[in-house]
Design a protein around this ligand. Structure first.
Ligand SMILES: NC(=O)C1=CN([C@@H]2O[C@H](COP(=O)(O)OP(=O)(O)OC[C@H]3O[C@@H](n4cnc5c(N)ncnc54)[C@H](OP(=O)(O)O)[C@@H]3O)[C@@H](O)[C@H]2O)C=CC1
Ligand SMILES: O=C(O)[C@@H]1CCC=N1
Length: 275
């Protein structure tokens, strides 16, 4: 059986979250001493992995080709803006037929294919809850990705939570706007609830706690309950009560704002693809 070697290019917040998830999950098949990291300033999770035996590589070192000769699977997790600079430095040293999994928002399959002409490419869109196995990821395969490579990608992405294969690249951009960026929408809701709580008189010392735990508790209930979000909302809402009064304000406003929110993210993904 071939022993798989993995490379992470860009181990900041998202690359770090994923590699932390891999190392915590034996099913991922990734162990520290078969993991290589290229990142001039790796984040905390990657630094911990390096302490545990992962190899920190310098992409410009003269022996980089020798070091990368055994790599079969590469996670590309740099900022989209850095892609044009780093891809030509690394691609010539990657083994022919290796799998490149890109999580770059808006970087099109076409650009990835051109940058890695001798490799096979998967575009995936995870989210930061992957760091605790509670993420959701969509991925799509380019032509030429083998079934074994698709299984490898699913195994790696599943260490971060739920995984869905989608058959169009456009859906990766759509998912980016929904779940990729989505945790930020929820965190902003906590910020807004905290600010509103202070405004109506909750002391600043405890307002953050009440706002945060409201979202944490509601999320956990949503996770564990068999009821839909709509049914759980109705369970809070007594006819003629306080929640009804609140939702009379919120419900007409939030759906159009949410629509504009995801549309702005999708538009930006398409703009990034044109750069
Ligand atoms: N954050 C998120 O929620 C999600 C992000 N993504 C995608 O993941 C990618 C990374 O985002 P995120 O983790 O937030 O960004 P970060 O900035 O946290 O991570 C990127 C890392 O890449 C490093 N880096 C910069 N230049 C190079 C280089 N030439 N070679 C190797 N590494 C380099 C950065 O170092 P330095 O800090 O020194 O620049 C940094 O550590 C993006 O493409 C984004 O679209 C996808 C889904 C969700
Ligand atoms: O903001 C971004 O562009 C990335 C993609 C999804 C989440 N963060």
């Amino acid at each position: 059986m071939t022993v798989e070697h993995y490379l992470v290019i860009g181990a900041g917040r998202m690359g770090g979250a994923l590699l932390k998830g891999w190392l915590a999950d034996p099913v991922s098949g990734v162990v520290a001493d078969r993991l290589m990291i290229i990142d001039p300033h790796p984040g905390d999770d990657a630094r911990n992995a390096i302490t545990s035996g992962a190899v920190h590589l310098d992409a410009t070192a003269s022996d980089i080709g020798k070091k990368l000769a055994k790599v079969q699977t590469i996670l590309l997790a740099i900022k989209p803006q850095g892609f044009a600079e780093i891809a030509p430095i690394i691609a010539p040293h990657l083994p022919q037929g290796a799998l490149v999994i890109s999580i770059l928002a808006g970087t099109a399959m076409d650009s990835l294919r051109r940058a890695f002409p001798n490799q096979h490419v998967i575009r995936a869109m995870p989210n930061t809850p992957a760091a605790i196995g509670a993420g959701i990821t969509a991925f799509t395969c380019d032509n030429g990705v083998s079934e074994r490579q698709q299984r490898t990608a699913e195994r790696l992405l599943k260490a971060g939570g739920t995984v869905h294969a989608v058959d169009s690249e456009h859906l990766i951009d759509v998912v980016t706007a929904v779940s990729g960026s989505g945790p930020a929408y929820v965190f902003h809701m906590v910020e807004a609830l905290e600010a509103a709580a202070i405004k109506i008189g909750l002391p600043e010392t405890i307002a953050g706690d009440f706002a945060r735990q409201t979202i944490v508790g509601a999320g956990a209930l949503l996770d564990r309950s068999s009821l839909s979000a709509s049914e759980l909302r109705q369970a809070v809402t007594s006819p003629g009560g306080t929640t009804q009064a609140a939702l009379d304000v919120l419900m007409p406003e939030l759906p159009p704002i949410m629509r504009e929110t995801v549309k702005a993210a999708l538009k930006r993904a398409k703009e990034l693809a044109e750069k």
